[in-house]
Design a protein around this ligand. Structure first.
Ligand code: MRU
Length: 357
């Protein structure tokens, strides 16, 4: 399995995605500030991977804390969580993951004789549990979604929603992997995904790693390929799904969804429940990260735009729910109307959690 991120005794070890596919090198983050830098600089990226990295960052911060009592630990916990939460604004998994570790620590802190070392172990255990759950969720999405993909043909994907964007297996690419494992004869078109090239660099690298035939195409080539009947389905990941089913994902996803609808091609979104944000009513309220102009103005350290040109670099866009054929989660497949489908799945999950508590 591709080792996207890993908890070690020395710290959190990350496969450096800024160097792929040319170099397979690793970065060791030995404190929570280093984990925050790794997320901000996109050494690790992809919503689920960002979430678990942040959880490990909180655990690392708590573990390295010199606090002598529980109250002091809580002061530090606040700073640790704030620092990690300030890294990237769009993927809701980041905030979900930080809250989950914080909540685990708080819940145990009320015990009268609880000690700092015990709370440190609580934090580490919770982060490791989230790592395992993420891989299990990807496998479950694969199992639910595989049958939606054609028995044979080509599937288009945008950005990288694979093992590299998760703790392993992937969301959209996990569904593709699961379909291939079940005998589907699939070929993947990977949009290059300007400006950061997650498709050209990362999706192509990881699919070829698994011997899944892959063709990279520039983002502006998808339309003609669809018109020529070369693409039978589209599947992408998500950074945040609002309560009405609007989907925030890598910039360019919206255009792909509109094209898919025009050409009668199904457009699937695969995402774990931690990407669904029931507190955000529609895509309008999803914060869109604006990244540095240099990602657009430069290519391989060389400037490609004239000095003084205005530059836009929103990292994500929002695809309205009406373009989404189905949302594949680890709990099952959702179809429109999404507000009701999402509410029903949330209620079902709350009931299951209450029964098992
Ligand atoms: O800026 P990135 O590379 O973190 O953006 C990643 C994406 O947009 C992915 O499609 C999304 O996080 C889903 S990953 C399973």
């Amino acid at each position: 399995m591709i080792p996207t991120l890993e908890w070690t005794k020395a710290g959190v070890r990350f496969l450096d995605q800024t160097k792929l596919p040319l170099e397979e090198t690793y970065v060791l983050a030995t404190d929570y500030r280093a984990v925050a830098d790794v997320i901000r600089t996109m050494i690790v990226r992809g919503a689920p991977a960002i979430g678990v990295s942040a959880a490990m960052g909180v655990a690392l911060g708590v573990l390295r804390s010199q606090a002598t009592d529980v109250e002091q630990l809580h002061h530090e916990l606040h700073l640790i969580c704030e620092t990690l939460a300030a890294t990237r604004p769009t993927a809701v998994n980041l905030f979900w993951a930080i809250e989950r570790v914080r909540h685990a620590i708080r819940a145990r802190s009320t015990e009268p004789s609880i000690t700092v070392p015990q709370l440190q172990q609580v934090a580490v255990a919770e982060a490791l549990r989230m790592y395992d759950e993420d891989i299990a969720a990807c496998r479950a999405m694969g199992a639910h979604g595989a049958a939606l993909l054609p028995r044979s043909g080509s599937v288009l994907t945008h950005c990288n929603a694979g093992a590299l964007a998760t703790c392993g297996y992937g969301t959209a690419l996990g569904v593709i992997r699961a379909a291939v494992e079940r005998g589907h004869q699939l070929h993947v078109y990977a949009d290059e995904t300007r400006p950061y090239l997650q498709g050209a660099r990362l999706t192509a690298w990881e699919l070829l790693h698994d011997n899944i035939p892959t063709t990279v195409l520039c983002d502006n080539m998808a339309a003609s390929q669809m018109r020529a009947g070369k693409i039978q389905a589209v599947i992408v990941g998500a950074d945040r799904i609002a309560a009405n089913g609007d989907v925030a994902n890598k910039i360019g996803t919206y255009g792909v969804a509109v094209l898919a609808k025009e050409h009668g091609i199904p457009f699937y979104v695969a995402a774990p429940w931690s990407t669904i944000d029931m507190a955000t009513p529609t895509g309008e309220q999803i914060p869109i990260e604006e990244r540095a102009a240099r990602e657009v103005t430069h290519f391989h350290q060389r400037q490609i735009t004239p000095q003084g040109a205005g530059i836009l670099n929103p990292a994500f866009d929002v695809t309205p729910a009406k373009y989404v054929t189905a949302i594949i989660t680890e709990r099952g497949v959702l179809r429109a109307p999404y507000p009701a489908a999402l509410r029903a799945m949330e209620a079902e999950q709350k009931t299951t959690a209450a029964v098992s508590a």
